[in-house]
Design a protein around this ligand. Structure first.
Ligand code: GLN
Length: 294
């Protein structure tokens, strides 16, 4: 905190919330893309306050007994650890989700997948599958919005599923059935109205894997073959067998995969193919009606 104003009260040195946040922001500046947003998230976490409180109370004393904990988190961030791992949670679709290294950290772009699913004209009591649920983000967001849907959520990772089950309990959504599997065949009996997935879609060896939070995500939630499209190809091929006639397949994909995924869907006979952009303006979500072959 050298160089920052402080005031002496007896022997204790006090710092205001603003002083601590500014100092932490300067410390993080060389290590994080959004240092001040990270600092606010970490300070909000240790102080158990919202962002607005931090602004409104910027001249309050930063409680001295939690300064160590706060700087410990900042050190973790300097070492590259994701904010979501440091706090243990991430907000997704307004729901606070527990996140551990066993699960992909939910990203804002995946909210577009939820948004588009809700915009489809699906029946009141739809049967829905979240393929590769991870922390449960998509399934839980949909369950909150559509309590009458029967939602199934599967993942290859038992450790991720444990977190997802816990998250569903915390969000108090009873309408999700979880299953550990890597294959749609586990649902042999089923005719889903929609299958939704944020599958692994990063190409093996993609340099992007060496940067930022993805370094801490589970590899099997990120990578999918040489071109990143193995899982997407699998879903496009097999989903029709598990969808009702005219059922929907909705997937997130990489920022440069839109054309390839569209071609794969067309070749497989899907109709009504649509895409949506993420906040950065990249095609990020694609959805289509399955061919009759189901
Ligand atoms: N969105 C992640 C990224 O930053 C990838 C997630 C995924 O593969 N589903 O690349």
């Amino acid at each position: 905190m050298t160089g920052h104003r402080c005031c002496d009260v007896g022997r204790a040195v006090m710092f205001s919330v603003k002083q601590v946040l500014d100092a932490a922001g300067s410390r993080l500046a060389a290590f994080a893309d959004e240092p001040y947003a990270d600092v606010r998230a970490l300070a909000g976490h240790v102080l158990q306050r919202h962002r607005a409180w931090l602004i409104a109370h910027s001249d309050d004393e930063f409680p001295v007994d939690i300064l160590d904990e706060f700087w410990h988190l900042i050190d973790g961030r300097v070492q590259g650890r994701p904010v979501a791992h440091l706090t243990g949670y991430r907000e997704f679709w307004g729901v606070r989700l527990k996140v551990t290294p066993a699960t992909l950290i939910p990203r804002p772009e995946t909210e577009h997948l939820v948004e588009q699913t809700l915009l489809l004209d699906l029946p009141e009591e739809s049967s829905i599958l979240d393929f590769g649920t991870g922390s449960g983000a998509i399934a839980i967001a949909l369950a909150c919005e559509r309590p009458a849907w029967n939602i199934h959520a599967m993942d290859i990772s038992g450790a991720a599923l444990q977190v997802a089950v816990e998250n569903a309990a915390l969000a108090r959504v009873p309408n999700i059935l979880f299953r550990c599997s890597d294959s749609l065949a586990a649902y042999g009996f089923h005719g889903f109205d929609a299958i939704i997935s944020n599958p692994p879609y990063v190409a093996e060896g993609d340099p992007h894997l060496l940067c930022g939070d993805v370094r801490f995500d589970p590899a099997n939630a990120l990578m999918s073959g040489e071109d990143g499209l193995n899982c997407i190809r699998y879903l496009i091929t097999d989903a029709p067998k598990f969808l009702k006639p005219n059922g929907w397949l909705l997937m997130e994909h990489g920022h440069d995969q839109s054309r390839s995924v569209r071609v794969l869907l067309e070749q497989a006979g899907y109709g009504d193919i649509r895409t949506a952009l993420d906040l950065a303006g990249n095609d990020r979500v694609i959805w289509a009606r399955c061919p009759d072959s189901g």
